[in-house]
Design a protein around this ligand. Structure first.
Ligand code: ADP
Ligand code: MG
Length: 147
């Protein structure tokens, strides 16, 4: 389904397990200030869209919003995986997201391997969908253009 919403802020520290445990780094955003917006959208879900990093560029992203049932988190997180290979971390940098599509509800998994496999499927869906003109055009969203 088509979505169109915008969130942003500095990249914060999460639990540090994305890269280390899953091999999937996620640039966490603060949920502060987004409680209204998050309550309008199913949280506990996987979305895709475009991510802008002020000093670097604009990238495809696939994002989880929710409680990470596999890890039984008590706090909701917003965590986009930018589909690009970076040579360094970018904690503290301003990150802007334009969310354009929904992939699936959050789910629990019987193993870490099955969780990782599902996230890789999500990435493949996002990669391909974002090439479709319907979604590709939002790469030009003004919100992603930072000074
Ligand atoms: P944390 O729990 O602190 O978010 P992660 O293991 O999820 O730690 O790693 C995320 C961090 O890795 C990001 O904040 C960012 O600085 C860095 N990073 C490097 N490459 C990427 C990428 N492709 N997508 C998202 N974050 C990345
Ligand atoms: Mg993370």
């Amino acid at each position: 389904p088509l979505e169109l919403w915008h969130i942003g802020g500095p990249v914060i520290h999460g639990f540090g397990r994305g890269s280390k445990l899953l091999g999937i780094p996620t640039a966490n955003l603060s949920t502060e200030g987004y409680s209204d917006l998050l309550s309008e959208h199913p949280s506990g879900a996987v979305y895709f869209g475009w991510a802008g990093l002020s000093a670097r560029g604009i990238y495809k992203m696939v994002m989880s919003i929710g409680w990470n049932p596999y890890f039984d988190d008590k706090e909701k997180t917003i965590e986009p995986w930018l589909l690009h290979k970076f040579d360094e971390d970018f904690y503290g940098e301003e990150l802007r997201l334009v969310i354009v599509g929904y992939i699936r509800p959050e789910a629990n998994f019987p193993s870490l391997e099955s969780l990782i496999a599902k996230i890789h499927e999500d990435r493949d869906i996002a990669e391909r969908a974002l090439d479709l003109p319907l979604y590709a055009k939002h790469r030009d969203d003004q919100y992603l253009k930072m000074p």
